[in-house]
Design a protein around this ligand. Structure first.
Ligand code: NAD
Length: 498
C-alpha cells in the first residue's frame, strides 16, 4: 500500500490522522491511500508560504519566468509518467491525458511571459511635473482547490500564474486522484522553485475550511461542482478574500437543419463521450431544430456510436475509460434510469457494458437518449458521464430559450452553415464560452476560461489575462519631486488640470 501525503516547504510530508483509499477506476481496486490534512498541517503549509513570500515577491519577474520555462521542459520530459499517474487514478486514456497535460503546459508557457504581462501603465505629466503610473503587485499567500477530473490541467490553470506574478501558493487537489498533482509540484521544485513558494496539502473539508478561514490567505481559486463552488465563494468572501469559484455545467449544442450532419455527428461524439463525459465542457445535451434534423442526427449518432470502445487508459484503441468511482457509476446509471422512467427513449444503452478482464471497473458505455424534455431531472442536473441527451424543438429561438433558462452557463455550441444565425446566437446566448461549429470551445491559454450564471461565482475568469488581474492588485502612484522647481501654494480644492 503506497501512502500519499503532502508537499510542504519544499519536501514531502506524511502527516494526517485520517486517510482515504485512492482507487484505480479501471480495476476497482486500491493500492494507495492519501492522508487527509488536519487544520494543523494546512496551517504549516500556510506558514511556509507566508515565510517564502517576502523574498519571492522581490524576485525579478524574469527569474520567476525562467523557473517556469524549466518547469515546462520538465513537464514535457516527464509526460509519460504524468499521464500514467492520471490514467491509474482518474482512468482517462493515455492520449486524452496527453491532451490534458498539453493544455496545462500552455498555461505554463503563458506564465513564462510574466515580465511582459506585469508591465504597468504609465502617464507622464498628469499635472505640472507630476507623473502617474499603475503597477500590479502580488496579493501574498493564495490558495487553489481543484477537482478530480483534470488533476494536472486545472492546477496548472492556477499556480503557474499565481507564482509567476509573485504570490506564494497552497494547493488542495482532489483527494480522489492526487498522485499526478503531487508529482508536478515536485517537478516545479526540480526546476528551481524556492521552498515554501508552492505547497500541496491533500485533504477534504477540514483542509478546505482552514484555507477559507485563515486570514493569511488572501485569495482562493476554486474549480469543482456548483454547490461547493457557491459555498467556497460565500465563505471566502465573507472572510474578506478575493475569490473565483468555477462550478458545474450542462452544455447544450444546437443543431440547425442546415448543419453538415456528418461532420456534426463526428464532432458530437468526441465532445460528448471524450473523458467519459467527465469534463465541465462536455456536450451533454443536443437540441435539434426540427424533427427532420433530429431524426437524421439520432440515426447518425446511434450508428457512429456502435464502434466506440470503453476500456483502460493504457490501450489507445479505447475511446474513453471508466468514470471516477463506483458511487459515480451508480449515479450516472441512475440518471439514465430516471430519463427512461420519465418517458425518454434510450436509443443506445451503455448501462450493461462490461470490459473483459476488468469486470470490477467503473465503466459506463456511451449512451444516447432521445425525446428528453426540460422537466426531466436528467436534463436539469449535471450527469458528468458518457450520456448524450437529445431534445427536439421547432425553432432556434426555442432552443436558445432552453439554454438561457438553464441554471448553468458554462459552454455551448451551434452547428449551422448560416452565419447570420450563428452571429445572433453568439450575441444573445447567456453562456460564457461559445462555439460556432466548434463543439468544445475551451479557450486557449492566452484567453480566459469561465462560465456564466451558476457555472461561475466571482468576476474574473480562470487563466489567461484575467488570471494576471486575479492574482495581483493594482497600485497607482502619483509622483512629484520638489526639485522640479515648481512651488505650489496651498489649495483646498480638488486638484484638476483645468
Ligand atoms: P467537487 O466539488 O466534489 O470537489 C472539488 C474540490 O472541492 C475537491 O478538492 C474536493 O476535495 C473539495 N470539496 C468537496 N466537497 C467539499 C466540501 N463539502 N467542502 C469543502 N470542500 C469540498 O467536484 P469534483 O467531483 O471533484 O469535480 C467535478 C465537478 O467539477 C463537476 O461538477 C464539474 O463540472 C466541475 N468542474 C468545473 C470546471 C469549470 O471550469 N467550471 C472544470 C472542471 C470541473
Amino acid at each position: 500500500m503506497t501512502t500519499l501525503g503532502h508537499f510542504i516547504d519544499g519536501r514531502p510530508i506524511l502527516n494526517g490522522q485520517h486517510s482515504q483509499a485512492v482507487f484505480n477506476p479501471a480495476t476497482g481496486t486500491s493500492e494507495k491511500q492519501v492522508l487527509l490534512a488536519t487544520k494543523a498541517t494546512v496551517e504549516d503549509a500556510i506558514l511556509a508560504a507566508q515565510q517564502a513570500y517576502p523574498e519571492w515577491r522581490n524576485t525579478p519577474p524574469i527569474k520567476r519566468a525562467r523557473i517556469m520555462y524549466k518547469f515546462k521542459t520538465l513537464l514535457e520530459e516527464n509526460a509519460d509518467k504524468i499521464c500514467r499517474l492520471i490514467g491509474e487514478e482518474h482512468g482517462k486514456i493515455a492520449h486524452d491525458a496527453m491532451g490534458e497535460l498539453q493544455r496545462g503546459i500552455e498555461n505554463v508557457e503563458y506564465a513564462c511571459g510574466v515580465p511582459e504581462l506585469l508591465k504597468g501603465e504609465h502617464s507622464k505629466n498628469v499635472g505640472p511635473n507630476i507623473d502617474s503610473w499603475s503597477e500590479f503587485q502580488p496579493l501574498g499567500v493564495v490558495a487553489g482547490i481543484t477537482p478530480f477530473n483534470f488533476p494536472v490541467m486545472v492546477p496548472l490553470w492556477m499556480f503557474p500564474m499565481a507564482i509567476a506574478t509573485g504570490n506564494t501558493f497552497v494547493l488542495k487537489p482532489s483527494e480522489r486522484d492526487p498522485s499526478s498533482t503531487l508529482f508536478i509540484a515536485e517537478l516545479l521544485h526540480q526546476a528551481g522553485l524556492p521552498k515554501g513558494v508552492l505547497n500541496v496539502v491533500n485533504g477534504g473539508k477540514e483542509a478546505v475550511d482552514t484555507l477559507l478561514h485563515d486570514q493569511r490567505v488572501k485569495a482562493v481559486s476554486f474549480v469543482g461542482s456548483t454547490p461547493i463552488a457557491e459555498y467556497i465563494y460565500q465563505t471566502a468572501t465573507a472572510n474578506g478574500k478575493r475569490c473565483q469559484a468555477l462550478g458545474g455545467a450542462k452544455n447544450h449544442a444546437i443543431v440547425m437543419p442546415d448543419a453538415d450532419m456528418e461532420s456534426t455527428v463526428n464532432q458530437l461524439l468526441g465532445a460528448a463521450f471524450g473523458s467519459s463525459g467527465e469534463r465541465c465542457m462536455a456536450l451533454s445535451v443536443v437540441v435539434a431544430v426540427g424533427d427532420e434534423a433530429a431524426d437524421k442526427l439520432v440515426s447518425g449518432l446511434s450508428q457512429a456510436m456502435q464502434p466506440l470502445k470503453v476500456g483502460t487508459y493504457s490501450d489507445n484503441q479505447n475511446d474513453f475509460g471508466p468514470v471516477i468511482t463506483k458511487q459515480h457509476q451508480e449515479k450516472v446509471i441512475g440518471y439514465i434510469n430516471s430519463a427512461e422512467q420519465d418517458g425518454a427513449h434510450v436509443v443506445v444503452d451503455g448501462r450493461q457494458v462490461k470490459v473483459e478482464g476488468y469486470e470490477d471497473g467503473y465503466f459506463v458505455g456511451a449512451t444516447l437518449i432521445d425525446r428528453v424534455s426540460k422537466e426531466m431531472q436528467s436534463y436539469q442536473e449535471e450527469i458528468f458521464g458518457p450520456v448524450l441527451q437529445v431534445l427536439r424543438v421547432a425553432s432556434m429561438e426555442e432552443a436558445m430559450t432552453l439554454i438561457n433558462e438553464h441554471e448553468y452557463g458554462n459552454g455551448t455550441c451551434i452547428f449551422t452553415r448560416d452565419g447570420e444565425a450563428a452571429r445572433y446566437f453568439s450575441d444573445h446566448i447567456e453562456v460564457g464560452m461559445v462555439g460556432i461549429n466548434v463543439p468544445l470551445p475551451v479557450p486557449v491559454a492566452y484567453h480566459s476560461f469561465g462560465g456564466w450564471k451558476r457555472s461561475l461565482f466571482g468576476d474574473l475568469h480562470a487563466y489567461g489575462p484575467d488570471s494576471v488581474r486575479f492574482y495581483t492588485k493594482r497600485k497607482t502612484i502619483t509622483q512629484r519631486w520638489p526639485s522640479a522647481g515648481v512651488r505650489e501654494g496651498v489649495s483646498f480644492s480638488m486638484p484638476t488640470m483645468k
